[in-house]
Write a protein that binds this ligand. Sequence first.
Ligand SMILES: Cc1cc2nc3c(=O)[nH]c(=O)nc-3n(C[C@H](O)[C@H](O)[C@H](O)COP(=O)(O)O)c2cc1C
Length: 233
Amino acid sequence: MTPPDSAPGASSSSSSSSSSFRDRVRGAASPSPDVRELDVSSTPADPVSLFLEWLDAAVAAGVVQPHAFTLSTASTASGPTARTLLLKDVDDAFWFTSSALSPKGRQIAEDERVALTFFWAAQGQQVRVTGSAVAGPRDVAEQDFRHRHPDSRAVAVAVPQSTEVDDVRAADEALDRARAEVEADDDLVPDDWTAYRVLPVSVEFWQATTGRDQVRVRYDRVGDDWRRASLWP
Ligand SMILES: Cc1cc2nc3c(=O)[nH]c(=O)nc-3n(C[C@H](O)[C@H](O)[C@H](O)COP(=O)(O)O)c2cc1C
């Protein structure tokens, strides 16, 4: 851990703003002190089992949207970008759904390598997944879309995701038309709605411990197997 007296800005001209920032977050809650230690020698052979164990524990502990994660993508034109998504499924791959016409969809089309980051604050746990995002079968995307609330479906049909809205009235009219289309056809699924699957090539688990230390274990795909390594915090 970084000692308090060597915190960024402590000895520089920005020390006053840095110390007021420390004051601001001083009262913030920390991870629960009874977090479990990550015992490297007894971790399962494959990372998906451990991920599901941690996810189940987060659900049981009442974490709000424990399946939310940060999806990071990158492309030459736009550089790195990240946003929050909800995980839709896990088998040998991690699944999420979105529009292929969105900025993230366009970035994935340019470079399919992505990173998924899960953070369960009270548990003091982080999971980092890297792999390539590829479009899964069309029927998975269709099933996902049909399960969405009609309003969410209408929003996705009306205007491409992340489009700048110059004319609010025109956008509202497009939304009204999309609502009518969605109401008239339960099976309507826009062509760009995509279920992406990320087959992991590495999965890293980070666990805070009661000693205010951290334990990290990374799984790296080697052929059909996983190689496990402890990482220095
Ligand atoms: C909790 C949460 C869950 C979200 N889930 C999704 C999702 O599953 N799919 C999606 O396309 N956008 C989801 N979003 C919206 C994205 O964060 C993002 O705003 C949107 O996908 C546009 O991203 P882009 O412009 O980088 O393509 C979610 C946002 C939040 C805060």
